[in-house]
Design a protein around this ligand. Structure first.
Ligand SMILES: [Ca+2]
Ligand SMILES: [Ca+2]
Ligand SMILES: [Ca+2]
Length: 472
């Protein structure tokens, strides 16, 4: 229905312009010429800023790697009509800044971990796909161990739809080689050595809105690709890439009335789950919930320029994530000790496509067309206001409900063809209607596609040339 309306409005606009051009001579020509002139100035300025464009430069930089999360309300199958575990909540979820301290992890705890998670052996039987439920009480995350690993990673958590970075490899973690060592040693790719006497570990204590689903994930990069915006892989506790050992040996530094859960992470394929080990403690620790359904999304993030000016390359005038959404059922089976294990997973089922508008850093109304679906800024927002790009020192929300300016279902999006366009309605009397489509190779781009891990720029900050030109 929306499409029909749009076509109608579109052709009426064309008729209007045609009529005007008949009665006022050259206005149609002028208006088209102004837009052409703006696009040409833009192309010149783009090359001034970034250097000559390689004729083979492809502006689609997205990999669309699949990302698992908890089911959200749209496309959540049986959970339709309610908000899913993975949604950012109606009442915003709050997660405190962490209180950061440190703690010694004595050998007995490391030994317990080594017994439970034997290096090099397949420990996957001890695990299940899981998330945690936050409680009123605070909880503390302590990275206690790195195994031998050729990857670089960051540990993140998602609390009720809000992504929170927790820790990155090597950060503030040292070890003492023996009981007589007096100086701590920094970690290398060899990890914490087998006979280490103790580990000195950072601790991160959080409070969060109670009764929210919390899952962990690792962003994983090949070592020589560390620092790229897009990780090579994302592994989550929902994908059985982490396992949780409840009732773990409690380090002496943890108060006696607290519970301890040890979580082992697998960044490769040998399933020993000791590439990164962290513990969570609290009174109580957030309880562990087995997952029987996940959502899988493949996303392209389109970033666009609206030609408000021809020398601005912040690409934040329209930022929209477009996704293919799948759900996947996980069958669990009860095991001897009363716990749960993953039995098998059904094939992912395609549920549809959706778009989430993340930023609108321009002052013009625009109509976005994605496949068969249209959405105008003025449908949900104030046309001449800039949103979520940090203008006037406002906060930029990258995650959670506040980062969703609009969310709507889409049909007919073809990610291979990038059939996405935006029509911008200028303000001035001679300011034509500009239509911006996905650029061909070698053209000066007014639109690019990236992975959803790539953050958009603050207002008036140009995107770095490293996004498209290889830097050594
Ligand atoms: Ca491993
Ligand atoms: Ca701009
Ligand atoms: Ca802007």
């Amino acid at each position: 229905m929306k499409l029909k309306n749009f076509v109608l409005v579109g052709s009426m606009a064309v008729l209007g312009v045609a009529f005007t051009s008949c009665s006022k001579g050259e206005e149609l020509y002028d208006s088209g010429a102004i837009v052409a002139q703006q696009k040409s100035e833009y192309a010149t300025n783009f090359e001034k800023k970034y250097g000559p464009i390689d004729p083979n430069q492809n502006w689609d930089l997205a990999t669309m790697h699949p990302i698992s999360s908890l089911p959200s309300a749209s496309f959540a199958g049986t959970r339709a009509g309610t908000r899913g575990e993975g949604d950012s909540e109606v009442t915003p979820v709050s997660v405190s800044e962490p209180t950061i301290a440190s703690m010694d992890i004595e050998k007995a705890v490391l030994d317990w971990m080594h017994t439970e998670l034997k290096a090099g052996s397949n420990n996957s039987k001890k695990g299940k796909p899981f998330y945690l439920k936050t409680q009123q009480q605070s909880f503390t995350i302590v990275p206690i161990y790195q195994g031998v690993a050729s990857y670089y990673w960051e540990l993140w958590m998602n609390v009720g739809g809000v992504n929170v970075p927790v820790w990155s490899k090597y950060k503030d973690i040292t070890y003492y080689a023996s009981s007589t060592s007096t100086t701590p040693e920094t970690l290398t790719d060899q990890g914490v050595p087998d006979g280490a006497f103790k580990v000195h570990a950072p601790t991160y204590t959080y409070t969060a809105t109670a009764d929210k689903a919390l899952y962990f994930f690792l962003k994983v990069w090949k070592k020589d690709e560390k620092g790229k915006d897009t990780p090579d892989m994302i592994v989550t506790s929902l994908d059985k890439k982490m396992l949780a050992l409840e009732g773990a040996k409690r380090p002496e530094g943890v108060p006696a009335d607290n519970d301890v859960t040890i979580i082992g992470c697998e960044d490769g394929s040998d399933n020993d789950y000791e590439d990164l080990v962290f513990l969570v403690y609290g009174k109580p620790t957030p309880p562990i919930v087995p997952t029987d359904e996940i959502e899988i999304t493949e996303t392209k993030r389109y970033m666009m320029e609206d030609l408000g000016t021809t020398d601005d390359f912040d690409f934040n005038d329209v930022v929209v994530d477009v996704e293919n959404v799948y759900t996947q059922k996980i069958h669990l089976k009860q095991i001897a000790n009363g716990g749960w294990d993953e039995d098998y997973r059904e094939d992912p089922v395609f549920k549809g496509q959706r778009a989430i508008v993340r930023a609108a850093g321009g002052i013009y109304d625009f109509t976005l067309t994605i496949g068969n679906t249209t959405w105008s800024k003025s449908d949900d927002l104030t046309a001449d206001q800039m949103y979520n790009t940090g203008w006037g020192n406002s906060t930029i929300y990258r995650t959670g409900m506040e980062s969703e300016l609009a969310k709507f279902d889409v049909t007919g999006w073809n990610p291979d063809k990038n059939n996405v366009s935006v029509t911008v309605v200028g303000k001035g009397p001679n300011d034509g209607v500009k239509t911006i489509t996905f650029p061909k190779q070698g053209e000066a781009p007014l639109m690019i596609a990236v992975d959803k891990d790539v953050n958009w720029m603050t207002e008036r900050s140009s995107v770095p040339s490293s996004w498209w030109y290889k830097v050594d």
